[in-house]
Design a binder for this molecule. Structure first.
Ligand SMILES: Nc1ncnc2c1ncn2[C@@H]1O[C@H](COP(=O)(O)OS(=O)(=O)O)[C@@H](OP(=O)(O)O)[C@H]1O
Ligand SMILES: Nc1ncnc2c1ncn2[C@@H]1O[C@H](COP(=O)(O)OP(=O)(O)O)[C@@H](O)[C@H]1O
Length: 183
């Protein structure tokens, strides 16, 4: 008889640029893979150089980008896989569409990185906030483009007050269906 297969799961990290999506995704993926769970990573930056290379940052293109990510995540989850998405995904309706595409086949864990704009801007990892404030970049999320906070996130984490290891532990607990560790 074939071995029972693990249910597929997608962890979807959403939040402003600089909120900590890629940093948490990297640490989470390293831990999951060290524990014998191969992971498909769909990071916004990388997806936009391959799957969504023709897309702009208009609302319609952002929605299409997230729909594509949701579709790919759903296909991986359908076969029992684990997916970690790291994308700004600023619109509620697109995130819910991605949730529906995944939940047909398995679990969806939405993690809202609620790190305040001032902190993200202070980090300005890529210098994009400075460019947006200088008017050299328009339609930048949080500056002159909206971010709709999720209505129903499985986890809400502010990385200005939550150490990286704690964020990863909380997400792993949610992935494993355990209560979050204390502290
Ligand atoms: N106008 C504008 N608004 C927001 N972000 C911008 C923009 N232009 C370029 N970038 C860079 O693109 C990265 C976000 O891509 P995403 O695919 O995650 O965005 S979205 O979900 O489709 O809204 C984002 O990466 P992160 O900083 O890692 O979030 C930015 O580096
Ligand atoms: N507790 C924390 N959790 C995650 N990132 C943190 C934390 N404290 C500081 N940072 C820093 O914040 C930055 C987040 O950048 P990044 O992960 O690229 O964000 P995003 O992918 O959301 O744009 C990194 O330079 C990271 O080292």
């Amino acid at each position: 008889m074939p071995a029972a297969r693990r249910e597929g799961v997608t962890v979807f990290l959403t939040g402003l640029s600089g909120a900590g999506k890629s940093t948490i995704a990297d640490a989470l993926v390293a831990e999951l893979e060290a524990g014998g769970r191969p992971v498909t990573v769909l990071d916004g930056d990388v997806v936009r150089t391959h799957l969504s290379s023709e897309l702009s940052f208009s609302r319609a293109d952002r929605d299409l980008n997230i729909r594509r990510i949701g579709f790919v995540a759903g296909e991986v989850v359908r076969h029992g896989g684990t997916v970690v998405v790291a994308a700004i995904a600023p619109y509620e309706s697109a995130r819910e569409e991605a949730r529906a595409l995944v939940e047909r086949h398995g679990r969806f864990v939405l993690v809202h990185l609620s790190t305040p704009l001032e902190v993200c801007e202070g980090r300005d990892v890529k210098g994009l906030y400075a460019r947006a404030r200088a008017g050299q970049l328009t339609g930048f999320t949080g500056v002159d483009d909206p971010y709709e906070p999720p209505v129903r996130a499985e986890l809400v984490i502010d990385t200005s007050t939550t150490p990286l290891a704690e964020s990863v532990a909380r997400i792993r607990a949610a992935v494993d269906g355990r209560p979050a560790p204390v502290g």
